[in-house]
Design a protein around this ligand. Structure first.
Ligand SMILES: Cc1cc2nc3c(=O)[nH]c(=O)nc-3n(C[C@H](O)[C@H](O)[C@H](O)COP(=O)(O)OP(=O)(O)OC[C@H]3O[C@@H](n4cnc5c(N)ncnc54)[C@H](O)[C@@H]3O)c2cc1C
Length: 428
């Protein structure tokens, strides 16, 4: 039986290990941290490093979670309800009125806070998208939105919150191809596809379960960092502790900065993809003495806090659920370069200011505690140039590549990572 070493225990590595063992290989999954999960991980105090959401269209991810007995830790929003908030006013995007695409289009028509002109423009865009009429090649999101005569208001209040949160970059930077795919498969896909899926427990519990399930068919080695790889008759993976792990095949499932360190020669052959930049995400867990929103998902328009999630509604056993004086909210700011270098108290103060400006009910709520999480290289910044140069799934110099940076057609997301693992196993 051939041995496959999978280096990296994020979603790409989990997916590679799972499918390689299904194919009958002896699999060793190697992760340098103390837990699986990679860029989605738990932090001290039982928090996640940021609010991660799955789309109902993430078929690969949902399948693997099911196979690894983890679906029970996730819930679906069902029909999507997003509360768009601005300066004390709130506009509900509610797709529950009617099932499927009709519901989504009706929700758009009923959405207050957008002029008729903006709504007609968005509808035209979506119709062209659904009939595959849009040519996105080599264009940024902003270019394509302008080409389809989206009003300034629609760009700022409708498109930008979607692009920044789903693709972690600004409309002028991100490849239009990725926006079209996200809109078509997710937002304006079937009712199930347009739902959002969220964890109801701290994510560490999910990764503990994944480890337990994977360990039935693979060897999972945590706290094991690979520092060098050489080849004679087989691959020799050297760990930071000087141990040698032998394997017939290698799947690399590390992020691109780590890939460049481990495989500089292969990275060199990817040419100007090596100039890829990364976008950051700043998240916070804010605990208040009062409940101040009626909705789980809140888009905070025109603020630096962007999205607010009501954790009391989301978590099964939220630590604050029993306590009527502590209400936890998660805030996520994607493409967060403007606030990344602020100190934690400054970020908390800024988020607190935005919350009080947006939610009138928060006026007399006391901020009891906060935790700030920063991820500098949260995702690769996929401009149209980088999207064109993004390496396709392949075996190169004997190494099979996977990770969210590999071009599966998906953006650099959890689903992209999972699909890259599936494609990697196809190359064994
Ligand atoms: C705060 C935040 C919020 C996000 N929100 C979302 C979201 O809502 N939805 C979504 O789809 N995506 C989201 N993303 C992006 C998503 O998390 C990533 O796209 C995805 O997790 C990448 O998975 P991966 O397996 O490709 O890489 P990683 O998760 O980076 O996994 C690589 C693993 O390799 C390990 N490793 C590296 N070097 C070595 C070595 N030498 N030896 C052994 N192990 C090594 C690392 O420790 C890591 O565990 C978010 C990211 C962040 C940071």
């Amino acid at each position: 039986m051939k041995t496959v070493a999978v280096v990296g225990g994020g979603f790409a590595g989990i997916s590679s290990a799972f499918y390689a063992s299904r194919k009958g290989y002896k699999v060793i999954l190697i992760e340098k941290s103390t837990s699986l999960g990679g860029r989605w991980h738990g932090v001290k105090g039982g928090f996640d490093n940021g609010q991660h959401l799955l789309s109902g269209a993430y078929k690969g991810t949902l399948h693997i979670l099911e196979e690894l007995n983890c679906s029970k830790y996730f819930k679906s929003t069902g029909a999507l309800k997003v509360n768009f908030c601005e300066d004390g006013r709130q506009f509900l995007f509610d797709t529950s009125i009617f099932p499927g695409k009709v519901g989504q289009l009706l929700a758009l028509l009923k959405l207050k806070g957008l002029s008729i002109k903006s709504k007609i423009g968005i509808l035209n865009f979506i119709t062209s998208l659904l009939f595959n009429k849009i040519n996105s090649q080599n264009k940024s999101c902003l270019e394509i939105l302008k080409e389809y005569q989206q009003t300034e208001e629609a760009i700022i209040r409708f498109w930008k919150p979607i692009i920044v949160s789903a693709l972690n970059g600004q409309p002028e930077d991100i490849s239009a191809e990725l926006l079209l795919l996200t809109m078509k498969k997710g937002f304006f896909g079937t009712k199930a596809d347009s739902a959002l899926i969220y964890p109801t427990v701290p994510i560490v519990r999910v990764f503990e379960k994944i480890k337990e399930e994977l360990s039935k068919s693979c060897e999972v080695r945590l706290s094991t960092k690979i520092v060098n790889i050489s080849k004679t008759n087989y691959y020799e993976l050297e760990t930071s502790k000087g141990e040698k792990i032998l394997a017939d095949e290698i799947i690399s499932a590390v992020s691109y900065p780590q890939f460049k360190k481990l495989f500089p020669d292969i990275a060199g052959s990817f040419g100007s993809f090596n100039n890829i930049q990364f976008s950051s995400i700043v998240s916070a867990s804010m605990i208040y003495s009062k409940h101040f929103t009626d909705y789980m998902l809140n888009a905070l328009l025109g603020t630096k806090a962007e999205w607010l999630f009501d954790k009391t509604r989301m978590m099964d056993n939220n630590r604050h659920k029993q306590d009527r004086h502590n209400f936890e909210y998660a805030i996520t700011t994607s493409s967060a370069e403007a606030i990344f270098s602020l100190k934690s108290p400054e970020i908390a103060e800024l988020f607190d200011y935005e919350i009080r400006r947006i939610f009138p009910k928060s006026k007399d709520a006391k901020l009891i505690d906060y935790h700030i999480f920063r991820e500098k290289s949260a995702t690769p910044l996929l401009t149209s140039t980088m999207q064109n140069q993004r390496p396709k799934p392949q075996k190169i110099n004997g190494i099979i590549i996977s990770g969210d940076w590999v071009n599966t057609g998906y953006p650099a997301t959890i689903e992209g990572a999972v699909l890259s693992g599936i494609r990697a196993v196809d190359r064994l």
